[in-house]
Design a protein around this ligand. Sequence first.
Ligand code: F6P
Length: 548
Amino acid sequence: MPQPSLRSSASFQALSKLAPDAARWQMRELFAGDPERFKAMSVDAAGLFLDYSKNRLDGRTLELLLQLARERGVEARRDAMFAGEKINNTEQRAVLHTALRAPADAPKLIVDGQDVHADVHAVLQRVRVFSDAVRSGTWLGHTGKAIVDVVNIGIGGSDLGPKMVCLALRQYSHPGLRMHFVSNVDGHDLDAVLSIVDPETTLFIIASKTFTTSETMMNAQTARKWFTALAPESALARHFVAVSTNLEAIKTFGIDPDTMFPFWDWVGGRYSVWSAIGLPIALAVGFGYFSDFLAGAHAMDQHFKSAPLAANMPVLLALVGFWNRQFLECGSVSIAPYHQDLSRFPAYLQQLEMESNGKRVTRDGAAVDYATCPAVWGECGTNGQHAYFQMLHQGTDVTPIDFIAALRPGHELQRHHAALLANCFAQSEAFMRGKTITEVYADLQAQGLAPDEIERLAPHKTFPGNRPSNTILMEYLTPHSLGALVALYEHKTFVQGVLWDVNSFDQWGVELGKALAKNIEAELTTTVRPELHDSSTNGLIAKAREAV
Ligand code: F6P
């Protein structure tokens, strides 16, 4: 049953009527008018706390947004996803990353005749055994030495998730194992790692859902060649393992079936960190903490499945983001983790959100007549304050920010942590309240500046404020809270995809560039006559051919 167009929905139309007034609302006044605003616009779930009160919306707006979620069938589509229905309609696949973190005793889930949870836990058990063996030193390289370096070769979802999590959980990681992530086809990436690792004590993980991605295949073949130049072919089995849905391709590469870790088509690449793609995490922090990471996500799943929409953290985060995108016309969202170990989290969310919802047609193929996914970007605080917060405060665009912080540090530098949290909270306050020209005049007069100096400086020192932000807090950054945080954004992405009626689980948009690159690579590396491209592309190819 095709989804009615978004614009035809009664609540969308009511929101559209409300938007011009809302654009003029001053958050200062919304807070002044309701001392309970913070309490009313915040929610706890799975160990996380979300404060969404610093947004330009009121109770009525929220009611209409929740009504929109109901009208768009968010709950039914959510239940369909958890039930294993093939909601990825262009690839005819189920979407079951939630099954990857379900406990072994979860209710049976049969999809295409397969017992999903049993399959998941069988692979998890293999991940446990293998990661325990490597970490304990019982898994030895071909010369009898324990593994010291682990090199994950993968890109996109086969890189971003494990890399982000290994960094975020660095305080939990094995002191004797160094994790490396090679993703770019740029030889500088692989070269930087091969130049510092020893083939006798290095384990390569070839991570690729399809086992056809050109960057990963080239990096894997080069790593294999490097290795077999320094060790016998028979040693590959001790130093190369693979994670993929494509077991035939792994066999062709020459990897021992005992060290192939499978996953399934119903796991999207950008949703795969919970699968054997997370093997680097289990190696780095141990299977126990990896299980805690899974449990945190499962806790958020349970909340998402059961909480009423008005108290549902992923739904609220999605609706607020939808309101800012659709009605405040914000073109991007900035992610500001105020935790240095979450420095790769914005990059992770770029793929999760923009590859899921960066679409221009509905599930039925009709061109949308509204904006869909905004650009997602960001940097750790407090660093962002010294890079682009100038634009966020006084630029012409309004960019909503998600602040993310842990109330307690994983270190003893208490003064540092107080300064970090002070900056985090001060920034969201500054974005909300701004600084009026009257306040600037008063400040400059109090500083004793001459009237003409005050006139000259005041416009430059005025802050419009009224700039929206969310703040997400956790007690500590732990495997469990990290799992809940990632699942929160997965479900936020899911809900927005339903609102926009796009298929959040395919990625046809990556195919054209790949195909064109193959042609141009042939023109750069062989005597193939250059195809008739545009003059720019022809000129660029000519320059590269001259340089060779
Ligand atoms: O970017 C396209 C994409 O297919 C992503 O969805 C995926 O995470 C990445 O490439 C890598 O794909 P694979 O894991 O199959 O190598």
